[in-house]
Design a protein around this ligand. Structure first.
Ligand SMILES: [Zn+2]
Length: 150
């Protein structure tokens, strides 16, 4: 297994978690563009169905519960708690820097977001940890919502 310069020994709990510098960039669609561009103004946006009072993630053309197409964009406070996570030590592609921590964050407005935890060490991540959003500009009006300890 190859180890890039600066990569931490496998399993090192003191390894720092940082945003990917060369990870993939999403391609926004007309439906998802407001979500990806929200970071430009510091907004974690999500869709809200007023018909059945459901917060939606990820962006949809219609409510996944009641099927109305009358969805509105709302702005989250960008704060939540880690519901689940894993630490990746073996990169699925050579361009991925390890370790990194894919996580499901339960955002306070009532939706789950698949993201990555940054701004702390591997050993500091735990289920229930309070986190807040940290946007990373990927260009072309795409901002990735990472989360770091609040
Ligand atoms: Zn609905």
């Amino acid at each position: 297994m190859s180890a890039g310069s600066g990569s931490a020994p496998n399993g090192d709990p003191s390894a720092e978690l940082r945003p990917q510098s060369n990870g993939p960039t999403p391609a926004p669609t007309p439906i998802s563009a407001p979500y990806w561009s929200g970071g430009a103004v510091g907004e974690l946006r999500y869709q809200w169905c007023g018909g059945c009072e459901l917060a939606l993630m990820d962006p949809q053309p219609a409510c996944t519960r009641c099927l109305t197409q009358d969805l509105e964009w709302r702005v989250s406070a960008g704060v939540g708690a880690v519901a689940s996570y894993t630490i990746v030590w073996r990169p699925p592609l050579p361009r991925f820097e390890v370790p990194y921590a894919p996580a499901i964050v339960r955002v306070d407005e009532g939706f789950d977001l698949l993201t990555n935890i940054v701004g702390c060490t591997v050993g500091e991540v735990e289920v229930g940890m309070r986190v807040s959003v940290r946007f990373v500009d990927r260009g072309d009006d795409v901002w990735l919502p990472y989360f770091a300890p609040a």
